[in-house]
Design a protein around this ligand. Structure first.
Ligand SMILES: *[C@@H]1O[C@H](CO)[C@@H](O)[C@H](O)[C@H]1NC(C)=O
Ligand SMILES: *[C@@H]1O[C@H](CO)[C@@H](O)[C@H](O)[C@H]1NC(C)=O
Length: 487
């Protein structure tokens, strides 16, 4: 019985009249190959990999060589558990728009975090060897010049902490005619991190080895929220918990708490085949045994908020300064979920945010469906190609309003397409044109495909018009989860 049914079906498909045997989407037909149910089980935050990499990484440094070296751009020190051993140049780290990390009011008001040993003949001390070192200078050593050191910090946008100390027997400093060093950091350090005691033979014998005296630390008192990167909105923080929701795409470590650098990681992250582009990032500082150790940038394809931030750390690792940012989708309701005309099965040619149109003579060639079994995510999805198979004309789907975009900026158009409603032979002709201000910027001919991800890059002129044109029933195309993100 079963096999005879199968052979009847294959005969019907092989016949030229096969099209008539397909019950179209508009009549609630069953897809030849239904979309796979969403499966997020493999996408939880890999806290173990983050913690073990944080234990292994060494991002600590301090002054060396001559004073007043230029400040380096923020660098990525690890990606997905792979520690990046410092390559010769930092060209790969884009700093299009440099922003403050743990931002300071300017000019800063400083508090003493720790004081020094004094300068007696036998007094010895240690300077900070810590994360987020920026650069150092020397200040006039006729007094213990705290004010000049704090003014140096004020002059560096990213500085929130300075370490002031004498270093003896260092010819680099003698050349600068002051042995009073002022080292600037983009994070606050404590006396526990006074671990550099000198001991280098920098000056020719018979000069002694370097040593440190009177090492004190000053931190900017009131830190303000860092500016929100362009293309993002601030969602939460600072809190002492990291995001723990699914949709995780991986992590990068940064050498500083740099929200902009984290946004750039998210922008450059390759898309997830099921979840699409990075839509949310969580930046936080890892303290290991109480000491700033690295700055984690975790990326997600599902936006979230503080309610899913419940990871406070593990073992010796503590999560601090955790902030969440959501990427702004220029497309309103890219998932079509605002379409709620019914609660089981219905479709329409438009809703409040999308408009579907048919060419002359066409019927329902671009529609929005409420029907979970057709959708990539959620309950709703768009369809190109006549919903009831009334014609074989392509339809056009466009947002009801032009997109709010910034002229001259690059944007990534991304979406999921499924052409698996009809059997492969009938879907072979499936196509979708992606239009940007009326110009075709990309055409996909996916053949038989079940919700695959597609992406195109465009440049905005402002108030841009996005459209999808395609479908030729029975070569239907479902479109879902449309995003337009600034790059
Ligand atoms: C910047 O990076 C280079 C190369 O890693 C390093 O030699 C230099 O000391 C760094 N500059 C500062 C101010 O740390
Ligand atoms: C200031 O620094 C210079 C250069 O290292 C050193 O020769 C001099 O003795 C220092 N003066 C004081 C008061 O420490």
């Amino acid at each position: 019985m079963f096999s005879s049914l199968l052979s009847t079906l294959s005969v019907a498909l092989a016949a030229s009249a096969a099209v008539t045997t397909i019950v179209p989407p508009g009549l609630q037909g069953t897809p030849f190959q239904p979309p796979p149910p969403p499966d997020l089980s493999g996408t939880v935050t890999d806290s173990d990999a983050i913690a073990s990499t944080a234990e292994a990484i060494d991002q600590k440094s301090g002054p060396s060589g001559p004073p007043n070296q230029p400040i380096n751009a923020t660098t990525v020190t690890a990606v997905d558990g792979q520690i990046i051993t410092s390559d010769s140049s930092d060209d790969s780290a884009p700093t299009r728009r440099s922003l403050r990390p743990l931002a300071r009011r300017s000019p800063g008001v400083y508090e003493t975090v720790f004081t020094g040993s004094g300068t007696g003949p036998t007094d010895r001390d240690a300077s900070i060897h810590g994360t987020a070192f920026l650069t150092f200078t020397t200040v006039d050593n006729s007094t213990y010049n705290i004010a000049a050191c704090e003014a140096f910090c004020d002059g560096i946008e990213t500085c929130v902490f300075v370490n002031l100390f004498y270093e003896l027997n260092n010819p680099h400093l003698d050349a600068a005619s002051s042995n009073l060093v002022c080292a600037a950091y983009a994070d606050v350090h404590t006396a526990a991190e006074k671990t550099n005691f000198g001991g280098q033979q920098l000056a020719p014998l018979p000069a002694g080895k370097t040593f440190i005296q009177d090492s004190s630390g000053f931190a900017a008192v009131s830190l303000v929220d860092p500016p929100t990167p362009e293309g993002y909105e601030f969602i939460f923080g600072p809190i002492a918990a990291a995001n723990n929701a699914p949709g995780y795409m991986g992590f990068a470590f940064l050498d500083r708490y740099d929200v902009q650098a984290c946004a750039e990681q998210c922008n450059q992250r390759g898309a997830d085949s099921q979840g699409g582009e990075c839509q949310f990032f969580n930046i936080w500082r890892a303290l290991v045994n109480g000491v700033p150790t690295t700055y984690t940038c975790s990326m997600y394809f599902i936006p979230t908020d503080a309610t899913t931030a419940d990871n406070n750390g593990q073992g010796s690792l503590l999560v601090t300064e955790s902030r969440g940012y959501r990427r702004i989708n220029a497309v309103i309701d890219g998932g079509f979920e605002d379409f709620q005309l019914c609660d089981d099965f219905c479709f329409a040619t438009s809703d409040s945010t999308w408009i579907g149109t048919s060419p002359p003579g066409g019927t329902d060639d671009a529609t929005i469906f409420f029907f979970q079994p057709f959708a990539h995510n959620g309950n709703a999805v768009a369809l190109l190609g006549s919903a009831d198979a009334d014609d074989a004309l392509p339809g056009t789907l466009t947002p009801a309003k032009p997109l709010v975009t910034l002229p001259g900026r690059q944007y990534s158009i991304a979406f999921f397409q499924s052409s698996s409603f009809s059997p492969p032979a009938q879907e072979a002709a499936a196509f979708v044109n992606v239009l940007w201000n009326g110009e075709i910027v990309g055409t996909i001919r996916p053949g038989f495909a079940n919700f695959e991800f597609f992406q195109f890059t465009v440049t905005a002129v402002g108030h841009d018009v996005l459209a999808f044109n395609g479908g030729a029933a029975p070569a239907w195309s479902f479109i879902d989860d449309v995003t337009v993100f600034e790059l």
